[in-house]
Design a binder for this molecule. Structure first.
Ligand code: NAD
Ligand code: TYD
Length: 387
């Protein structure tokens, strides 16, 4: 069922941002507070290993902002927050998001990505559709459940295959992408069956500030600074499309404000790179920063540059990820034509900004590297072998 676009949201919506203490969620909070300063922004986050309150430090003083600690699987809590805050827009980021973790332990992916998404849908249906006479119902004529999803639900492409469109059949291959696919189907089902106003965006690989350093780009930057190996899975020729995180946030904003309920929009950067090329690029840009900044040389005395070596010397080929998808590529034609979406950041500017952010925010990533993440990492790479 596709309903006509009921124009926009209420003039000043009240947003529930799930997973707002994670990478994209935190960037989205800053994006929204800056671009829609009169809207209410409530974050619900369980603060798993991937959630970090320090990432929201810059929002805490804003009167429009509130942080609630809790899980999206807690129906009573979700209901209470939505009623208290008169939530009319859910922007759903909360998820277990790391493919490698899903391979080693899929259970939390099922709990959060599938059961948690269903809990949010149930509450949205209950408060927005089933109880229209609740005291705040008069504000809720234009509710929206926006679900943030991934291009990984479409499976893997071979070189030369056309990029994913919104009608590409789902073929997820990891427990992560399978759980995201299930959540997408549930969102569609709630629109089709109950008429819930939903939109979904499926986006390619993001990079930028506040990304947990287990994902490729921040892992490479922080490992160089510590002179640790840069692990390349398999032959390093897997291809990903990379998008600067603010451009993802802008695409979600467009889908919420301009998107048609029930529709799906692909968001991508038209920016495909092999893993090995991207790692080499990051290495050379970090070396360039060291060459021009003596302060960096003092702060990171272990970096290869200090020994007169290139960061590339840290590259180490390791055992491939099981079921490793070869290539992802997004065709964002529909999103461009229907929503006017065009990424604003070039890869050249975005990757430089990102590297500078990690160089300037050592405290943020070091507290992660010194904590539980390190224990997990040790269990993962204990069995990694050089190719
Ligand atoms: P992330 O792992 O950095 O953050 C996830 C956040 O969700 C964390 O703050 C975590 O504490 C929170 N969370 C986890 N389980 C929760 C629960 N049960 N209840 C409440 N909060 C919970 O993830 P990310 O990279 O910011 O991704 C955000 C969303 O975007 C995910 O849905 C992901 O599938 C999607 N996505 C990510 C990318 C990417 O490249 N990172 C690309 C496309 C789509
Ligand atoms: P990642 O950042 O985990 O994102 P995703 O798997 O969701 O695309 O990985 C991006 C690519 O980089 C992926 O092909 C796996 C590869 N990779 C490595 O080669 N080494 C690493 O240490 C990591 C984390 C990823």
């Amino acid at each position: 069922m596709t309903t006509a676009n009921p124009s926009l949201l209420t003039p000043h919506p009240s947003l529930l941002i799930t997973g707002g203490a994670g990478f994209i969620g935190a960037n989205f909070v800053y994006y929204w507070l800056k671009n829609h300063p009169q809207d209410r922004v409530v974050v619900l986050d369980a603060l798993t290993y991937a959630g970090n309150l320090a990432s929201l430090h810059g929002a805490q003083a804003n009167e429009q902002f509130r942080f609630v600690h809790g899980s999206i699987t807690d129906q009573d809590l979700v209901e209470e927050v939505m009623q208290t805050e008169k939530i009319d827009t859910i922007v759903h980021f909360a998820a277990e998001s790391h493919v490698d973790r899903s391979i080693h332990g899929p259970d939390p992916f099922i709990d959060t990505n599938i059961v948690g998404t269903h809990t949010l849908l149930k509450v949205a249906k209950k408060l927005w559709l089933d109880s229209p006479l609740t005291p705040h119902a008069s504000h809720l004529t234009h509710q929206r459940f926006h679900h943030v999803s991934t291009d990984e639900v479409y499976g893997s492409l071979e070189p030369g295959d056309p990029a994913f469109t919104e009608t590409t059949p789902y073929a997820p291959s990891s427990p992560y992408s399978a759980s995201k696919a299930a959540s997408d189907h549930l969102v569609q089902a709630y629109h089709h069956t109950y008429g819930l106003n939903t939109t979904i965006t499926n986006c390619s690989n993001n990079y930028g500030p506040y990304q947990f350093p287990e994902k490729l780009i921040p892992l490479v930057i922080t490992n160089i600074l510590e002179s640790k190996d840069l692990p390349i899975y398999g032959d390093g020729l897997n291809v990903r499309d990379w998008l600067y995180v603010d451009d993802h946030c802008r695409g979600i904003d467009l889908a919420i404000h301009e998107g048609t309920p029930g529709e799906v929009y692909n968001i991508g950067g038209n920016n495909e790179w092999t893993n090995i090329d991207i790692v080499k690029l990051v290495c050379s840009l970090v070396d360039e920063n060291f060459a021009s900044d003596s302060g960096l040389q003092q702060r990171f005395p272990n970096a290869p540059f200090i020994r007169g070596e290139k960061s590339e010397s840290l590259i180490t080929y390791v055992k491939d990820r099981p079921g490793h998808d070869r290539r992802y590529a997004i065709d964002a034609t529909k999103t461009r034509n229907e929503l006017g979406y065009v990424p604003q950041e070039t890869f050249e500017t975005g990757i430089r900004k990102t590297i500078k952010w990690y160089l300037d925010n050592e405290e943020w990533w070091r507290q992660i590297m010194d904590g539980s993440y390190q224990d997990w990492l040790d269990t993962q790479y204990g069995d990694a072998c050089e190719a």
